[in-house]
Design a protein around this ligand. Structure first.
Ligand code: XMP
Ligand code: MG
Length: 183
């Protein structure tokens, strides 16, 4: 969906479709180079990472396997607590595999920190993280994120997989949600 259909719900466009496509292609090239000669299992975190997963793997000129996980983070309101429940686990055995977790956004970092530890306990050869967006709060949690698309301010953003109340995921760009939508 294009910007003209949701204009009044957003305060601004943070990244256009073209900017996102270009940045994702850069990340794909970096990943392709880093994993040269090695098989990689790309793990997308549902549902937000669907768009970046689809674009990232298509921009890579190498064979990859893909799998998906769904987790829910308990918390009060919009803040996550770090207490995570697996809603859908991987179908793949991670033993000896090079795993790349793909996320839409890291906010507090608590969800991903838990997820990385969880996957590391399954005997993989390595676990790295790729996120399209990262907010400043993520710095408070010790978590090594190898690939970051953009560092963004602490604002609620939607589009390109990111939702507010399950809406806006199908925007082909990323925008800042106007306060009147959620207040
Ligand atoms: P952590 O544990 O890093 O959780 O705080 C990250 C999760 O929080 C959600 N989140 C957002 N979702 N726009 C969204 O659509 C945002 O600006 C935003 N900030 C955090 C998201 O589900 C992510 O996986
Ligand atoms: Mg979400």
């Amino acid at each position: 969906m294009e910007a003209s259909h949701v204009e009044s719900d957003l305060t601004n466009i943070l990244y256009t479709k073209e900017e996102i496509q270009a940045r994702v292609a850069e990340l794909a090239a970096e990943i392709e180079k880093d994993y040269e000669g090695r098989d990689v299992l790309v793990v997308g975190v549902l549902k937000g990472a669907v768009m970046i997963m689809a674009d990232l793997v298509r921009a890579m000129n190498k064979h990859v396997s893909m799998d998906w996980m769904a987790v829910s983070s308990y918390g009060s309101g919009t803040k996550s607590s770090g207490v995570v429940r697996i809603l859908k686990d991987l179908d793949t055995d991670l033993m000896g595999k090079h795993v790349l977790i793909v996320e839409d956004i890291i906010d507090s970092g608590l969800t991903l920190s838990w997820l990385k530890t969880n996957l590391e306990s399954r005997g993989p050869a390595s676990v790295e993280i790729c996120t399209l967006l990262r907010k400043p709060d993520a710095a408070k949690v010790q978590i090594d994120v190898k690939y970051v698309g953009y560092e963004i301010p602490t604002e609620f953003v939607v589009g390109y997989g990111l939702d507010y109340d399950e809406k806006y995921r199908n925007l082909d760009f990323i925008g800042t949600l106007a306060p009147h939508v959620y207040s």
